[in-house]
Design a protein around this ligand. Structure first.
Ligand SMILES: [Zn+2]
Length: 209
């Protein structure tokens, strides 16, 4: 074991996030229990919206590790699973649902962005921060009704400052960790639609129903 591996183990022990067995972030037994999602929906602003898995106990434990353990390795694991086992639509550019800068500072990183960067690397496609989050609201997970979520998220994003011609005539894929009602992905898509893109798809690690 190299010194860097040893330090990595010391700070980020590799226990299965679901059953706790030592070795991998997700052990083979738990991996085999993942239910891959086949659901692809079309929404008002998204040409397609899908996920790798349903939000079952294992998906929940992975996402929990992703959000609260602040371990970027989890995002990389999620991205690799999405790359290997997900139905990723044909696109030209990847982006992620942005976090408000305050939230990102609190958490240390944006898990959706970490997933998107690794997935873009695997797909050999560019990653671009197309939108910014301008409002830091209450946690959407605490807002239960569908209509209320859509209303809460309205106007939370704007286009980032970059060369907008980079996305002209491109197919864009927005990455998130979990989608529930799809309100957030829809709102990001609505913001991106201000640019002359060809189409916009959403793809998340898990779908919480
Ligand atoms: Zn396990």
């Amino acid at each position: 074991m190299s010194l860097s591996d040893w330090l990595l183990e010391l700070f980020f022990p590799r226990w299965c996030c679901h059953c706790g067995s030592y070795g991998e972030l997700l052990c083979a037994d738990c991996f085999n229990q993942i239910e891959f999602s086949v659901e692809i929906v079309k929404t008002e602003n998204l040409d397609s919206l899908s996920s790798l898995t349903v939000f079952n106990a294992i998906g929940r434990d992975l996402i929990h590790a992703l959000k609260y353990a602040s371990v970027k390795q989890v995002a990389i694991t999620c991205a690799r699973m999405m790359y290997l086992y997900g139905k990723i639509p044909e696109v030209d550019i990847l982006t992620a649902v942005p976090l408000h800068p305050h939230r990102q500072a609190q958490r240390g990183f944006n898990q959706a962005k970490e997933i998107a960067i690794e997935l873009a690397r695997l797909l050999k496609l560019p990653y671009l921060e197309i939108t910014e989050r301008v409002v830091h609201t209450t946690n959407l997970a605490k807002v239960s009704s569908r209509q209320q979520r859509a209303k809460t998220i309205q106007g939370q994003f704007r286009l980032g400052e970059f060369d907008h011609t980079l996305v002209a005539n491109k197919r864009v894929l927005i990455i998130d960790d979990v989608w529930t009602t799809g309100a957030t992905l829809q709102e990001v898509a609505l913001t991106i639609k201000k640019l002359p893109v060809v189409n916009i798809a959403g793809f998340a690690f898990a779908h919480e129903t």
